[in-house]
Design a binder for this molecule. Structure first.
Ligand SMILES: C[S@@+](CC[C@H](N)C(=O)[O-])C[C@H]1O[C@@H](n2cnc3c(N)ncnc32)[C@H](O)[C@@H]1O
Length: 552
C-alpha cells in the first residue's frame, strides 16, 4: 500500500478511536449523572452541559450538599467586602502561633483524614474552618504558622546581627545586581500585620476563604483535593518503581491513589488496581479517595506518605496558596541591606511613600546605620491596629533598640500637606518603596486607596504615580537615591510606564536590581518573565525588579 494511503487510514483509525473513546466517556459520565435525578433533569432540559452536570454529580458524590440546587461549580460567586479590623482589646501584636496546631482535635494525621468518608471529612474540614475564623475574629490570630513571642524576638535579633553583605552579588545583562531574599530574618514582621491576609491579591483573600458562605463549597473541594487526594503533592511521594509498594513498611507508610492522564512505567491500569483491591493491598477508602468513579479513569499512580504526618501546616499552606495569589511583605532584611548600601556612612533620612506591611520600617529600625524613617499609607486597618507603633515598641522593649520614625495616615499624593514635608523637603537621602500595583492587590476599602482615587489605569499611572513621585522628588536632596520596586503584571506594563514617568519628573535611571523571591510550590519559573538564571542552583529563579534612580 502506498505510504500516503497508509497514513490516511491511520489518521482515520485514530479519529474513529477518539470518537469511540469520547462516546464511551460520555456514557460513563451519564451513568454517574443519572444517580442524581435533580442534576440529570437539569442536564436533560439543556440547562447544564454534560461537563457541568458531571461536575455537579461529583460534588454530590463528595457529599457537598450546598451544591444541590445548581449542580455546577460555575455557580460559585462571591460578593464580599474587606472587613475592617475590629478595634478590640484582644488585639495583641505580634499575634502568636495559631492554637490550632496544638489542638489534637484538628491537628490529626494525614492517615486519619484518608480513612474518613466524605461526610465525615466534610464535617471535619468545616469545623476547622469555624475554628480558624473564630480565632481570627475573636483573638486576632490569622491562620499563620507563626512564631511565639520568644521566636519573634530571636528572629528580630537575627535580622539585626546578620551579615547582609552575603545577600548581594553581581548580576547579568538585565539585572546589574542580584539581591537574595533567601534569608527570612524579619519575617515575623507579618505577625504585627494581622490585616495582611485580609488583602485580596487576585480575587479573594484568605479571610474571604474562611468567612464567606459563597466560598464554602470551594473550600470543601480544595481541601478534598489537597488533603484526601494530595493534588499539590504536599505530603505524598512518588514510588521510584512500580512495585515499590510491596516493600513499604505498612506501619509507617500509607498509600494514596491518584488518577493520572498518561500511562507511564509506574502507572497502573484499572484492572491492576482492582487486583490490588482484591488482594487487600488497597482498601475501599483508597478507591473512594480518588474522587472519581474508578470506571471513568484509566491510569493511576500509587504514592506513599508517612502515616504520622500531621495536617495543620498543610491546611495553612493550602490556605496561603490554594485559592488566590499571596500578598507578600517587602523583606526587612533586603531593606536593611539596601539602607546600608545606599545611605551615607552615618545614616540618613528615608522616605517611604507606601509603608505597606512594615517590612521596610522594620529593616530601618534594625539597620546598623542611624535612620530617620518617614512614611505614609492609607490602609486604616494597619493604623487602627497600631501595627507600625507596635513594631517599634516591641523592638525597644524586647531588644532595647530605640527607633526614629513616623508613618502618616495620608495619601502619598497629599504628603505635601504634612508638616514633615516642610521639614524634610530637599533633605531626604533615600526613597525606598514598593507602591501598589494599581488594582491588582486590594489592601483595604479606604477611599484613598490609589485604585479608588484613580479608577482607570491611565488615570492611575498619570495621576497616582506621577503625583506621588513628584512629591518624592521634591523631598529628595540633590544626589538622593530612589529605589523603586515595581514589576509588570500579566495585564499591566507597569515597569516601563513607571520608568518613563520617573524620567519625565527628572530622575535619572541608573540600573535595575533583581530581588530574588521565595520559591512557591506550583510556580513554573521557566514561564515567567521576571527571572534570573542562578548559576549556583543551576536554574531560573523568580526575581522582582528594583529600579535605581538618582536626582541630580
Ligand atoms: C502593601 S504595599 C505593596 C506590597 C509590598 N510588597 C509592601 O508591603 O511593601 C502597597 C501599599 O500602598 C498603600 N497605598 C495604596 N494607596 C495609597 C495612597 N494613596 N497613598 C499611600 N499609600 C497607598 C496600600 O495601602 C499598601 O499598604
Amino acid at each position: 500500500m502506498e505510504l500516503g494511503w497508509r497514513i490516511h487510514l491511520l489518521i482515520m483509525d485514530r479519529k474513529e478511536f477518539a470518537k469511540r473513546k469520547k462516546l464511551m466517556e460520555e456514557k460513563v459520565k451519564l451513568k454517574l449523572i443519572s444517580k442524581y435525578p435533580h442534576i440529570h433533569q437539569l442536564y436533560q432540559n439543556g440547562e447544564l452541559t454534560l461537563k457541568k452536570a458531571y461536575d455537579g454529580a461529583q460534588s454530590e458524590m463528595l457529599g457537598i450538599t450546598t451544591f444541590k440546587s445548581k449542580g455546577t461549580k460555575s455557580f460559585i460567586t462571591h460578593s464580599t467586602r474587606i472587613e475592617k479590623e475590629e478595634k478590640t482589646s484582644t488585639n495583641t501584636l505580634p499575634f502568636g502561633k495559631n492554637p490550632i496546631g496544638e489542638n489534637p482535635k484538628y491537628n490529626i494525621t494525614f492517615d486519619e483524614v484518608n480513612k474518613m468518608d466524605y461526610d465525615e471529612f466534610k464535617r471535619f474540614i468545616l469545623s476547622v474552618r469555624t475554628f480558624l475564623l473564630k480565632e481570627w475574629d475573636e483573638n486576632n490570630i490569622p491562620p499563620y504558622i507563626g512564631k511565639d513571642e520568644k521566636g519573634v524576638k530571636d528572629d528580630i535579633q537575627k535580622l539585626i546581627d546578620f551579615d547582609v553583605e552575603r545577600m548581594w552579588k553581581k548580576g547579568d545583562d538585565i539585572y546589574e545586581y542580584i539581591i537574595s531574599n533567601d534569608y527570612h530574618y524579619g519575617s515575623s514582621c507579618n505577625q504585627f500585620m494581622s490585616s495582611l491576609h485580609k488583602t485580596r491579591a487576585g480575587s479573594v483573600s484568605m479571610y474571604d476563604v474562611i468567612k464567606e458562605l459563597s466560598l464554602k463549597l470551594k473550600f470543601i473541594r480544595t481541601f478534598t483535593r489537597n488533603l484526601k487526594q494530595d493534588k499539590m503533592y504536599m505530603v505524598s511521594k512518588m514510588m521510584k518503581s512500580k512495585h515499590d509498594y510491596k516493600s513499604l513498611d505498612k506501619k509507617k507508610y500509607g498509600l494514596i491513589i491518584l488518577s493520572v492522564k498518561n500511562k507511564d512505567e509506574i502507572s497502573f491500569n484499572q484492572s491492576e488496581i482492582k487486583n490490588l483491591l482484591k488482594k487487600g493491598i488497597i482498601k475501599d477508602y483508597h478507591i473512594r479517595n480518588i474522587g472519581r468513579e474508578l470506571e471513568t479513569e484509566t491510569n493511576f499512580h500509587l504514592r506513599y506518605f508517612k502515616k504520622d504526618e500531621k495536617i495543620v501546616k498543610h491546611i495553612i499552606h493550602t490556605l496561603r496558596v490554594g485559592f488566590s495569589n499571596i500578598p507578600i511583605n517587602f523583606s526587612p532584611i533586603v531593606s536593611r541591606y539596601l539602607y546600608e548600601r545606599y545611605l551615607p556612612q552615618n545614616g540618613g533620612i528615608v522616605y517611604d511613600c507606601c509603608s505597606g506591611w512594615g517590612g521596610r520600617l522594620m529593616g530601618a529600625i534594625c539597620s546598623n546605620k542611624n535612620i530617620n524613617y518617614i512614611g505614609c499609607d492609607v490602609n486604616s486597618n494597619i493604623f487602627e491596629s497600631r501595627s507600625y507603633e507596635k513594631i517599634g515598641q516591641f523592638i525597644e522593649k524586647e531588644i532595647g533598640r530605640k527607633s526614629n520614625y513616623k508613618v502618616h495616615q495620608i495619601s502619598s499624593t497629599r504628603f505635601n500637606e504634612t508638616d514633615d514635608y516642610k521639614i524634610y523637603k530637599g533633605k531626604v537621602d533615600l526613597l525606598l518603596t514598593s507602591p501598589p500595583y494599581f488594582n491588582q492587590e486590594q489592601y483595604s476599602t479606604d477611599k484613598e486607596q490609589s485604585y479608588n482615587l484613580f479608577p482607570t489605569y491611565e488615570s492611575w499611572i498619570n495621576g497616582y504615580i506621577r503625583d506621588t513621585f513628584q512629591i518624592g522628588y521634591d523631598l529628595l536632596k540633590k544626589g538622593g537615591v530612589l529605589l523603586l520596586n515595581i514589576a509588570d503584571t500579566k495585564e499591566l506594563p507597569l515597569e516601563l510606564d513607571t520608568l518613563s514617568i520617573m524620567e519625565d519628573i527628572g530622575f535619572e535611571f541608573q540600573y535595575e536590581i533583581g530581588m530574588k523571591m521565595q520559591r512557591y510550590l506550583g510556580l513554573d519559573v521557566e514561564k515567567i518573565y521576571n527571572r534570573y538564571y542562578d548559576e549556583e542552583r543551576e536554574k531560573y529563579v523568580k526575581v522582582e525588579p528594583i529600579l535605581k534612580f538618582i536626582k541630580h
